[in-house]
Write a protein that binds this ligand. Structure first.
Ligand code: MEV
Length: 347
């Protein structure tokens, strides 16, 4: 039995959403994270053997000791775990600790102890992760892996895990990865539907009146969400009125985009995306490489394009139609994107 969760893309409102403004996010079902939790005789009760090839880790962690990432790093078994030198270095928080934390949160939620669920003190657990979602690429890989792990744990225990509960538990784990996440990634991934999101509130499902075609391009540069969010916070602290003004305008764009999406006025999204991108540039989270990709998408026919997610690298998103998608896709690859794909929302 394996559980899964999709990637995500933020359509409007990243960063401002951390400061209470609304944002819109969509699931990316073409990319999935999968997790499987089983018993393991390789490790004893209370231990978790993790196989996570995408973060270059294979080894054991102790589930009984809840703790910080630094404590967890020490818990890797000497000779058991192997950190791959070529593994991605981002996000900075220990992804293995995040995986163990997700299992712990689920066990805690269902009132199970690691030993009790194995049914035998001499038998531990094994968690296998396979993810198609590039790490630190703006596609929500950490939240997707976390939701998949929570679902795998629920499946293992024969429990059900409603989307809202999965989102809440995943947010607690995301705090480990990203410090002060708004919760939008966990919410859109757990619900698996387009959402209009305000931090601290239940996400509102977004009805999409006419299909939206997007071309998504991975810039190939990994960026740490935590560092990007911290950078915005430092600049906000140095210039609160200026940054609050930028956040207000980004929030207003998300609200306008919501109306356009709900009424099927898809053409209105192009200029809104481009304006959102300019505001993200003013927040200091864009890069020259991302702007080259955005210009290439526009030159190939996109009426609007922006970075998506934390910025600093990661993802670019361009508005397309069935007719223009291929040219935009090719234009993004020619401008240096590591990969690009077309996705339709509300089809
Ligand atoms: C990351 O996908 C989106 C940010 O707004 C951070 C957050 O909302 O937690 C940059």
């Amino acid at each position: 039995m394996s559980a899964s969760a999709p990637g995500k893309a933020i359509l409007f409102g990243e960063h401002a959403v951390v400061y209470g403004r609304p944002a819109i996010a969509v699931p990316v079902h073409a990319l999935q994270a999968r997790a499987e939790l089983t018993t393991s005789e390789v490790v004893e009760g209370g231990m978790l053997w993790i196989e996570a090839p995408e973060v270059g880790f294979s080894g054991a962690v102790d589930l009984q000791l809840a703790g910080s990432s630094s404590e967890r790093a020490d818990l890797r078994q000497p000779g058991g775990g192997s950190a791959d030198e070529d593994a991605p270095k981002e996000p900075p928080a220990d992804p293995v600790a995040g995986l163990a934390l997700a299992v712990e949160r689920a066990l805690e939620h269902f009132g199970a102890t690691p030993e009790a669920i194995a049914g035998d003190r001499s038998v531990g657990l094994r968690l296998e992760i396979r993810s198609e979602i590039p790490v630190a690429a703006g596609l929500g890989s950490s939240a997707a892996v976390t939701v998949a792990v929570l679902r795998a744990a629920a499946e293992y225990l024969g429990e059900s895990l409603p989307a809202g509960t999965a989102a809440e538990l995943a947010l607690k784990v995301e705090q480990h990865y990203h410090g002060t996440p708004s919760g939008i990634d966990s919410a859109v991934i757990a619900h698996g539907k387009p959402i209009y999101f305000v931090k601290g509130e239940q996400p509102t499902p977004l009805s999409v009146a006419a299909p939206i075609t997007l071309v998504l391009a991975d810039s190939g540069r990994a960026a740490s969400t935590r560092q990007m969010v911290d950078g915005v916070r430092q600049r906000w602290e140095a210039d609160r009125p200026g940054y609050e003004g930028l956040f207000d305008r980004i929030g207003a764009i998300a609200a306008e985009a919501r109306r356009a999406i709900q009424s099927g006025q898809i053409a209105e999204l192009g200029p809104l995306m481009s304006e959102n991108q300019q505001l993200l540039e003013q927040l200091g989270v864009s890069t020259p490489q991302l702007e080259v990709l955005i210009a290439a998408a526009q030159a190939a026919g996109a009426p609007g394009a922006k970075l998506s997610g934390a910025g600093g690298g990661g993802l670019v998103m361009a508005l397309a139609t069935a007719e223009t998608a291929e040219a935009i896709h090719d234009g993004l690859l020619a401008a240096g994107a590591a990969r690009a794909f077309t996705t339709q929302i509300g089809s």
